[in-house]
Every structure is written in structure tokens, then in C-alpha cells.
Design a binder for this molecule. Structure first.
Ligand SMILES: CC(C)(COP(=O)([O-])OP(=O)([O-])OC[C@H]1O[C@@H](n2cnc3c(N)ncnc32)[C@H](O)[C@@H]1OP(=O)([O-])[O-])[C@@H](O)C(=O)NCCC(=O)NCCSC(=O)C[C@@](C)(O)CC(=O)[O-]
Ligand SMILES: NC(=O)C1=CN([C@@H]2O[C@H](COP(=O)(O)OP(=O)(O)OC[C@H]3O[C@@H](n4cnc5c(N)ncnc54)[C@H](OP(=O)(O)O)[C@@H]3O)[C@@H](O)[C@H]2O)C=CC1
Length: 401
């Protein structure tokens, strides 16, 4: 240990190179010790890990010094009536926001009492959009024309990099001499960002070679990954999924302590009019809360909460009640790859019956998307209800502090 610490101190050993000489557990431990010395802060809790490090230091986390523990709770059971998720389940939520799980739990019991959440996936496609530089706007148009005429070749080139990725769409736009090519793939059970980035690199090389357009960046921000963007709201990204439930006046009054008209008015004035006046892309109350908590629990990329937050919540008048729905235009999600095989996250996926590859491939990722959408519906119902009943501040002073 001392010899490694000495080499780290004098700069003859890089902090990230410890795994080249040591087993993962030893490398992580010495790195943590070095950071403790550098910062003067003991890091015993961070070092107290239960996950095995071998795969994680290779695939998930460079310069690893330990783990952060996020409290994990459950909401449910919730009845889900999807095409992939059909049954009753408990939702794992990792959060430090008091009252959040209580809220989702209340929404789950309301959904279940109402007979279950309808859920449907309307579109499925993970995107990557390289940006090319053309010589002139005439050349830019010619590049687009070439791509239109050679979709088959582009598809074959892209799909040569993956067993599961299939190119399903190519959209183009230009701004002067910049040409953006948004490639959309179905990605099996993977969320797919690594997969489609690798596939898009091959496609982009072909386009550049054949058209003379210069590839400027493999991601040209028209994808759009991890930034709020209208293109994702309109065209979708990852899974586009809706969940809805019909609520009777009686259930609204019993579980939410409010009435159908108040629920509808809160949704209209807050989620629709308020969001419009704010210039928001998210016409919902707190979809990001449920997506963040379920994504952290289930090994998803938490930065994709940005896409998840683009949800729109609607409340339609119905016979003696209301039909409430959430539509998530862009939910990047998977059960293979990324953080899904870290043991604690894999346990959460197993709770939902979706760990690893589905049979057929893609069915697990779609099932998880339907489950997350049902959780978002539960959260929206409960928070809308609390706002309508003027209970929000009360709930958070009781449970959240
Ligand atoms: C807090 C409640 C649920 C109370 O709700 P309630 O109806 O007053 O309480 P209740 O004691 O009658 O319980 C009703 C049900 O809630 C659940 N429940 C109740 N307590 C618990 C608990 N301790 N643990 C687990 N579940 C709990 C449980 O399902 C229970 O049913 P039961 O099983 O008893 O038949 C309600 O007032 C509520 O949902 N409030 C809203 C809180 C919320 O949604 N917070 C989310 C975060 S807010 C935020 O981050 C975003 C925001 C607000 O800024 C976004 C925006 O701008 O809108
Ligand atoms: N590269 C980037 O620009 C970005 C990367 N990320 C990160 O990307 C990671 C997720 O990328 P992702 O591509 O989902 O995952 P991984 O690259 O971790 O794994 C996906 C690979 O798993 C293989 N695989 C095995 N079984 C299946 C199956 N049933 N369905 C689909 N694929 C299967 C496929 O291999 P094969 O293709 O060989 O058949 C696939 O490419 C996350 O860590 C995320 O944080 C996030 C944003 C941007």
C-alpha cells in the first residue's frame, strides 16, 4: 500500500492506472486512501460497498473510490395493463425526497382500486444525429438527396456493428451549410446510446466518403441527448409511452380527498396553462421525480431524466369522473448494458421481472418502459390530488423534513 501511495504522490503512477497493477478491490481501496490523505477527510462509508467491483471498474466507473448509497423504497402494489407489463407489481424508487414515495404509493393504490393503468408504447427509436459541413447550400441539398437515395446502403453499414440494433428511420435538416442526419434505431433490450453511437459512426463515415461532406461531430445535438429539446417532444426518442386510468368521482373523493372538477382545473391551469406561460417543454407536475427515482434504482442513465421530464399530463372529463393520462414522448430505457448489471440495480430489475435480455429481445425494455409510465401516472395523480385539496405544504411538512 505505502509504495503505491508514494508513487501516486510523486506522480509516477496515475490515479486511474491502479487497476493495471492491482485487483479491482485493492485498486479502489488505495485510490480512496490517497483521496483521504489529499482531502483530509475519512471516507469509511463511501468505502463500505456491497457490490462486486470487477465489472464495474471496467464498464461503469473510472477512478472509482467507493459507492454512494441512496435510500430505496417501494410503492405499490400497482395493477398495470400494458402490452408487455401485465400484472401487479411493487415499484422500486431510490430517493431522498420525503413524501415522494408516499405520494406514488397513494397513486398506485388509486390506480389499482380503479382497475389498473392502461399502458401502450406508441413509438420506439433511439437516435443519434451527426452534423456534417457542406461547401455550400447547394452541396447541403445534394448531401440530403444522396442520403435519401442510399438509405439501404446506410442501413447495411450501420447494422454491421450490432446484432440487435436496426435502423428504422433517417430524418434530415440543414442550417446553411450544416447538415444534420438523425438516425433512429430499435435497440432490443438496450437503452442503446452506445450501440447507436457506434452504428452511427459507420454510417457517418460512409456518408462523408460518398458525398464529400465533412463529418464535424458524431453528435450534432439534433439527436437530442440529455438536453431539453422540442425535437424529442415532437418526434420521440427512446420509448414513446402513454399510461391512463379512468377514475370515478367516488374514488377521487375517497383516496385523493378532492373531486373530479378540481382535479381537471388544477391540471388545466397548472400543467397546461402554467407550463405554456413558463415556456416549459414539460406539461406535467413531477414526472421527473418518479423517473429519477426509478432510473437510479434500476441502473438507468440518470441524465435521461431530462428527456423523461417532457411528459404531458391530461385530464379528460368522463362519465361521472375523469380519465387521467400521462404521455412520455422520450423515455430512454433498457434492461441490458449501462448500469443494469450492477448487482443492487439488477435486483430491482428482477423485482419487476425484467433483468437482462427479454424473449423476444426488446420485450424486457418495453415492459420496463410501461412500468415506469405507470409509476409516473401514479405520481401525477397523487400530486394533482394534493394540490387540488391544498395538501402539498402539509404533506411535506409532515413527511419531508
Ligand atoms: C403525502 C400524501 C400521500 C398523504 O395523503 P393523504 O391522503 O392525506 O394521507 P392518508 O393518510 O389518507 O393516506 C392515503 C394513502 O397515501 C399513502 N401513504 C400515506 N402516507 C404514507 C407513508 N408514510 N408511506 C407510504 N405511503 C403512504 C398510502 O397509499 C395511503 O393509503 P392507505 O395505504 O393508508 O390506504 C399526499 O398528501 C400527497 O401525495 N401529497 C403530495 C406529495 C408529493 O407528491 N410530493 C412530490 C414531490 S413535490 C415536488 O418535488 C415537485 C413540485 C411540487 O415542486 C412540482 C410542482 O411544481 O408541482
Ligand atoms: N456513447 C454515447 O454517446 C453515450 C453513452 N451513454 C451510456 O451508454 C450506456 C448504454 O448504452 P447501450 O448501448 O444501451 O448499452 P451497452 O453498450 O452497455 O450494451 C448494449 C449492448 O449489449 C448487447 N446486447 C446483449 N443482449 C442484448 C439485447 N437483448 N438487446 C440489446 N442489446 C443486447 C448488444 O451488443 P451488440 O450491439 O454487439 O449486438 C448491445 O450493443 C450507458 O452506460 C449510458 O450511460 C449514454 C449517452 C451517450
Amino acid at each position: 500500500m505505502d509504495e503505491y501511495l508514494r508513487r501516486l504522490r510523486d506522480g509516477t503512477l496515475k490515479l486511474y492506472a491502479l487497476e493495471k497493477e492491482l485487483a479491482p478491490a485493492d485498486a479502489v481501496s488505495i485510490r480512496r486512501k490517497f483521496i483521504e490523505e489529499e482531502t483530509g477527510v475519512p471516507l469509511d462509508r463511501i468505502g463500505d460497498c456491497t457490490i462486486s467491483l470487477d465489472a464495474v471498474v471496467k464498464k461503469n466507473c473510472e477512478n472509482m473510490i467507493g459507492t454512494i448509497q441512496v435510500p430505496l423504497g417501494v410503492a405499490g402494489p400497482v395493477r398495470i395493463k400494458g402490452e408487455y407489463a401485465d400484472g401487479t407489481m411493487y415499484l422500486p424508487l431510490a430517493t431522498t425526497e420525503g413524501a415522494l414515495i408516499a405520494s406514488v404509493n397513494r397513486g398506485c393504490s388509486l390506480i389499482t382500486a380503479a382497475g389498473g393503468a392502461d399502458v401502450r408504447i406508441l413509438k420506439d427509436g433511439m437516435t443519434r444525429a451527426p452534423v456534417f459541413a457542406a461547401d455550400s447550400i447547394v452541396h447541403a441539398k445534394a448531401v440530403c438527396d444522396w442520403i435519401h437515395a442510399h438509405e439501404g446502403e446506410i442501413r447495411a453499414e450501420a447494422e454491421s456493428t450490432t446484432r440487435f440494433g436496426k435502423l428504422t428511420g433517417i430524418e434530415m435538416t440543414t442550417a446553411g451549410t450544416s447538415v444534420f442526419v438523425r438516425l433512429s434505431f430499435v435497440t432490443g433490450d438496450a437503452m442503446g446510446m452506445n450501440m447507436v453511437t457506434i452504428a452511427s459512426a459507420k454510417a457517418a463515415d460512409l456518408i462523408s466518403r460518398e458525398t464529400g461532406a465533412r463529418l464535424i461531430a458524431l453528435s450534432g445535438n439534433w439527436c437530442t441527448d440529455k438536453k431539453p429539446a422540442a425535437v424529442n417532444v415532437v418526434m420521440g426518442r427512446g420509448k414513446t409511452v402513454s399510461a391512463g386510468v379512468l377514475l370515478s368521482q367516488e374514488l377521487i373523493s375517497k383516496v385523493l380527498k378532492t373531486d373530479a372538477a378540481s382535479l381537471l382545473e388544477v391540471n388545466t391551469r397548472k400543467n397546461l396553462v402554467g407550463s405554456a406561460r413558463a415556456g416549459s417543454f414539460g406539461f406535467n407536475a413531477h414526472a421527473a421525480n418518479i423517473i429519477a427515482a426509478m432510473f437510479i434504482a434500476c441502473g438507468q442513465d440518470p441524465a435521461h431524466v431530462v428527456e423523461g421530464s417532457l411528459c404531458i399530463t391530461t385530464v379528460d372529463p368522463a362519465h361521472e369522473g375523469v380519465y387521467v393520462s400521462v404521455t412520455l414522448p422520450a423515455l430512454p430505457i433498457g434492461t441490458v448494458g449501462g448500469g443494469t448489471s450492477v448487482e443492487t440495480q439488477a435486483e430491482c430489475l428482477r423485482m419487476l421481472g425484467v433483468s437482462g435480455s427479454g424473449d423476444p429481445p426488446g420485450s424486457h425494455a418495453r415492459k420496463l418502459a410501461e412500468i415506469v409510465a405507470s409509476g409516473v401516472l401514479a405520481g401525477e395523480l397523487s400530486l394533482l390530488g394534493a394540490l387540488a385539496a391544498q395538501h402539498l405544504a402539509r404533506a411535506h411538512s409532515t413527511l419531508g423534513r
